[in-house]
Ligand binder design. Structure first.
Ligand SMILES: [Zn+2]
Length: 138
């Protein structure tokens, strides 16, 4: 039997809410960097503090790839996701219910840990976003 392994574990932190994504916030200008950066990419400030990213996002833009890319099977959706609570936009895979699934700009999303791909017997897990309305059917 394989096990589940996290892709890029440094992106996560275990909390009482489960795994959350962590980012860095610049102490000088307040800009949030994800993944974490040593330096602030906006003001080159060097003093950063760790912040937890909210699980809630809003779909800003997305694309669906109909051919396999590297380890990703097709179809495969990638979104640009606004995280209003952290004033940040990140890129992340979106969960498709089936191969004809589509998304709407402005969809409310929630982060969850889901499978990226198989690696031998193991399942490589990472963060994905799922439209909230799809929980338990539309
Ligand atoms: Zn800064």
């Amino acid at each position: 039997m394989g096990k589940q392994v996290l892709f890029w574990p440094e992106l996560f932190k275990e909390t009482d809410k489960g795994l959350v994504l962590v980012a860095n916030k610049c102490k000088k200008c307040g800009a949030v960097s994800f993944p974490k950066n040593e330096l602030c990419v906006f003001c080159l400030g060097e003093e950063m503090e760790e912040v937890e990213l909210s699980r809630k996002g809003i779909l800003y833009s997305y694309t669906i790839t109909r051919v396999p890319v590297d380890k990703w099977t097709a179809p495969h959706a990638i979104g640009q996701i606004s995280i209003p609570e952290n004033q940040l936009r990140i890129v992340a895979p979106l969960i498709m219910e089936d191969e004809n699934d589509t998304f709407n700009i402005g969809d409310e999303l929630e982060m969850e840990i889901a499978k990226y791909w198989d690696d031998g017997d193991n399942e490589v897990m990472g963060y994905k976003y799922r439209p909230v309305k799809k929980k338990g059917g539309k």
